[in-house]
Design a protein around this ligand. Structure first.
Ligand code: NDP
Length: 277
């Protein structure tokens, strides 16, 4: 079986399907993005997570052609940046991203951060609801939304996001927010799933990796998948690009899952959404 055919699909609340494992391109330099994303697509990834703020949407679009794939073969997520909050700006922002990607629509469009000090994420969300109705994005969601932000957009528009993309890894397991997502049928997407490498030397993870004959990175990706998270590790290294999608020939036991769950320290590596504006 090819790796892409082994990646499960997760059904979103709007009925659309998303490949549970994808490829993240944060911090991949714009000039390298087409080449590295092409290599990821050739390795079997069919889901790419980019953002306006990564300044590399164009490279993602180019990679689809370079890998000889059709637009519909690849699930593309991009995100609205903090400077584009507001109803009119949000509508313009997606069109600009589509131009960069050279596609007619994306599969998932996210509000990147709630930026609560600006207090216009509700207006921004209303624009995304319309952008979905216009067919410019198949699904809409948010990123870095806390419980209060989620409850507010749902209360004021009646529309819940398909996903919330949040920092989530063994050192920051987000149990409370994951429960909130489950209550609203919102899929959890985990960003920095490997904590940018910080969890990979953890003795508990290294021990499990030795026991199952896989690498620490593969064990952590498997932990996410078995928890139902959508995940998109980033790597510019060919061997790791291949390794990170080679996670469908083993399963973690309940005890191994629990041992990784026990590593939660409630420690972020990234910004706090309540104060990041
Ligand atoms: P990750 O947790 O994916 O870690 C990436 C780092 O780990 C890189 O330094 C990479 O090195 C290394 N690495 C990757 N695979 C392995 C492996 N198998 N073994 C050892 N080291 C490995 O961090 P990211 O922050 O990049 O998060 C992933 C994606 O999440 C982003 O690309 C982006 O799409 C999304 N994201 C979203 C955010 C948001 O606010 N919504 C914020 C941050 C990320 P190397 O590349 O040198 O191989």
């Amino acid at each position: 079986m090819t790796p892409s055919s082994q990646v499960p699909a997760v059904t979103l609340r709007d009925g659309e399907q998303i490949p549970q494992l994808g490829f993240g391109v944060f911090q991949i330099p714009p000039e390298d993005t087409a080449d590295i994303t092409t290599r990821a697509l050739l390795a079997g990834y069919r889901h790419v997570d980019t953002a306006k703020a990564y300044n590399n949407e164009a490279g993602v679009g180019q990679a689809i052609h370079a890998a000889n794939l059709q637009r519909e073969d690849v699930y593309i997520t991009t995100k609205l940046w903090n400077s584009d909050h507001g109803y009119d700006s949000a509508k313009r922002a997606l069109r600009t991203s589509l131009d960069q990607l050279e596609v007619e629509h994306v599969d998932l469009y996210l509000i990147h951060w709630p930026t609560p000090a600006k207090d216009n994420y509700v207006e921004t969300w209303k624009a995304l609801i319309e952008l979905q109705q216009e067919g410019l994005t198949r699904s809409i969601g948010v990123s870095n939304f806390q419980q209060a932000h989620l409850e507010r957009i749902i209360a004021e528009t009646g529309v819940a996001p398909a996903v919330n993309q949040i920092e989530l890894h063994p050192y920051f397991a987000q149990t409370g927010l994951r429960r909130e997502h489950a209550d609203h049928n919102i899929v959890t997407e985990a960003w920095s799933p490997l904590a940018q490498g910080a969890v990979l030397d953890d003795p508990a993870i290294v021990e499990i990796a030795q026991a199952v004959g896989k690498t620490p990175g593969q064990v952590v990706i498997r932990w996410h998948l078995q928890h139902g998270n959508v995940v998109f590790p980033k790597s510019v290294t060919q061997s790791r690009i291949e390794e990170n999608i080679d996670v469908f020939d083993f399963t973690l036991t309940d005890d191994q899952m629990a041992a990784i769950d026990a590593l939660d320290r409630g420690e972020r590596i990234g910004p706090d959404p309540d104060t990041f504006n």
